[in-house]
Design a protein around this ligand. Sequence first.
Ligand SMILES: NC(=O)c1ccc[n+]([C@@H]2O[C@H](COP(=O)([O-])OP(=O)(O)OC[C@H]3O[C@@H](n4cnc5c(N)ncnc54)[C@H](O)[C@@H]3O)[C@@H](O)[C@H]2O)c1
Length: 345
Amino acid sequence: MSRLRIGLIGAGSIGRIHASSVKSIEDAELSAIVDVRLERAKALAEEHGVNKVYKDYVEMLDREQPDAVIIATPNYLHAKMTIDALARGVHVFCEKPMAMNAEEAEKMLRARNKSGRILMLGMCQRFRNDSKAIRNLVLKGELGDVYFTKITLLRRAGIPGMGSWFTTKAFSGGGPLIDLGPHVLDLALWLQGFPKPVSAKGYTFSKLGTQNKCLGGWGIPEPGGPFDVEDLAVALIRLEGGGVMYLETSWALYTKEDTFNIILSGDKAGASLMPPCKFTETDGKWVETRIECQEVNVYLEEMKHFVECVKKNTSPDPLPEHGVMVMRLIDAIYRSANTGNEEKV
Ligand SMILES: NC(=O)c1ccc[n+]([C@@H]2O[C@H](COP(=O)([O-])OP(=O)(O)OC[C@H]3O[C@@H](n4cnc5c(N)ncnc54)[C@H](O)[C@@H]3O)[C@@H](O)[C@H]2O)c1
């Protein structure tokens, strides 16, 4: 196969990053850029020397017949665009969250199965060297039986695109739980070999966004638009095998500092992701071992992986099956926050 011809759908914040990644991959090229805001597609196309721009992704798919697409549009479009592309035999890299809910995600999986093409999700955090190092520790059994995982992704003032699709439930599906949750839930499960989530007890709050406070730098704000999603989500998740995960994730919260970490505790040792280290007790002494890891450009690494999977016809890691499990878990947390009950995943 010659260079992979990729169509980019969505020339917004993350679309721009993916465009740069594709540019630095020898085996791939951007063949067209699509955005309903044509001026965004045109500006990005000019920066990258792409001469095909479209407003309508279906027209792009039919006219350009790309080998693959990158879907970097608001969440409510992920399922439809993925299914339309797969139905035309086009490989898909789709941004997180996989979809608005598990039902949509399952339809995407069925479309993948029917097409035989590759569907990879943008789980860029898996491509960090520290993620890989901690996963190796767990899989080698160095932590023993992991029975508690603490997942923290707290932003104090990080509401993205206030008033835009990000803060409008009908377009986003929710707040930090569906926005940040897919990254850290996927990562926490992947680090320990993806045990199946069994049930969840969840809580959501919407306290600061409703006051137009704690706005962040990501996204394109649309002043005057709605904020009808949560700004904090907390959950306790039970896993097959008996383990428990505790999740806290916010876009807006009066707390001490922004925090991103996953701490895994097993019956032999524990490990944290940031900074990557292992801790245990030896002869009554606490031992903490730092693991040195080089930083990488995770967006470039994930795109290289996607291109390689398409070229070699190999299965991507992250698998869309994992994406479906994460969407089921997110659904259960939202359901639980509504009913007040522990909900089955
Ligand atoms: N992996 C990550 O780290 C990461 C980071 C940020 C965002 N994301 C995800 O990427 C997606 C996009 O986020 P963003 O921050 O780039 O948003 P954004 O609002 O900056 O960009 C979205 C773009 O999609 C365009 N668009 C909307 N409807 C369209 C349509 N029907 N056809 C073509 N284009 C259309 C918009 O005009 C906009 O330019 C979201 O699903 C988000 O969750 C992932």
